[in-house]
Design a protein around this ligand. Structure first.
Ligand code: NDP
Length: 296
């Protein structure tokens, strides 16, 4: 293996530490405590784990955490009423509705009911438009975490060829917009892209956000490129015992690490940065709401 490992876990800890310092100062100087409300509808086990982890880390950096757990059969009307209440609650600076929602709820409608200033996931159509036009917005947490690691590793990204594999609204598209904003030459690849391996081999920065375990192999990677693996996939791990599983990314770590200059591992890469950026976004929202200087 020749690639440098980009340690997302350590980076996320440093982001959380900065957030905690800023939160402590806000409390001391301005008597303000940022608050994050997380809404979970239903009993999806993965979502429950995420929500628990978000709540724990929110409290650890000194913010208030408000968890709203609603039944699987909650009506759209009741969910929208809760969002309206949170929009109007001055103690709540960030609102996150955990996705996916049960099928009977319209995700777009629900997300667009959140006050864009409190939309710490950055999924509201206003924030999507602001990001797309290069204006100040709330930026989706996962791509923001990827960008922070890339800036930290490269310094300037200007002029680099970036290929983003995946065009989802929550990862691929905002990632591409952020890289464009940092003056990369950006290509978005997806399931219909022809000769995707050759497209990827052009990349100085290769971001994989596909949801297919270990799809990107070393022969897709330009020597020396930086590989950011967003994927989180659970696969069987018989070597650990019967019925055991392990987490892998969308990249085949071993073969990619032979060729890449730097790579994020899974777990311990993009994942921890996502929650750290959620906390950073909540702090930013709180500062904006109170017309205070924003953290850098
Ligand atoms: P989606 O399923 O919404 O999007 C996947 C994208 O990958 C689509 O654009 C799809 O193309 C493309 N794709 C699928 N198969 C192929 C293929 N064979 N070749 C090329 N492109 C392909 O996934 P998400 O964006 O929500 O998530 C992507 C991954 O990131 C998942 O593993 C998810 O678990 C992980 N994730 C991790 C987070 C973190 O915190 N680290 C947060 C969010 C997601 P098309 O549009 O043509 O169908």
């Amino acid at each position: 293996m020749s690639a440098t490992i980009i340690d997302g876990k350590a980076f996320a800890a440093s982001v959380r530490e900065k957030v905690a310092t800023h939160v402590a100062r806000l409390k001391e100087v301005n008597d303000i405590t940022p608050g994050l409300a997380v809404v979970l509808v239903g009993e999806d086990p993965a979502s429950q784990v995420y929500v628990r982890s978000k709540g724990k880390q929110t409290v650890e950096v000194g913010m208030n955490s408000y968890e709203h757990k609603l039944d699987d059969d909650t009506s759209e009307e009741d969910l929208l009423a809760l969002i309206d209440k949170l929009n109007n609650d001055p103690a709540v600076h960030g609102i996150l509705v955990q996705l996916p929602l049960p099928d009977h709820l319209n995700e777009d409608l629900v997300i667009n009911a959140i006050d864009p200033a409190k939309d710490v996931d950055g999924f509201h159509i206003s924030n999507v438009g602001l990001l797309g036009t290069g204006q100040k917005s709330m930026v989706p947490c996962t791509p923001l975490g990827c960008l922070m690691m890339l800036r930290d590793h490269h310094g300037s990204l200007s002029g680099l060829n970036a290929v983003v594999v995946g065009r989802s609204n929550i990862v691929g598209k905002p990632m591409a917009n952020l890289l464009l904003r940092d003056s990369c030459t950006v290509t978005i690849a997806h399931s219909r892209t022809k000769d995707i391996e050759a497209v990827c081999r052009q990349a100085d920065i290769l971001v994989a956000a596909v949801g297919r375990p270990q799809m990107v192999t070393g022969d897709w990677v330009k020597p020396g490129a930086t590989v950011i693996d967003v994927g989180i996939n659970r696969i069987p791990a018989p070597e650990k015992g019967e019925g055991k599983t392990r987490l892998v990314g969308d990249c085949d770590f071993d073969s990619c690490a032979e060729v890449a200059g730097a790579i994020t591992p899974v777990p311990g890469g993009v994942g921890p940065m996502t929650i750290a950026c959620l906390l950073a976004n909540t702090l930013t929202a709180c500062c904006r709401a109170n017309a205070l200087p924003e953290p850098e």
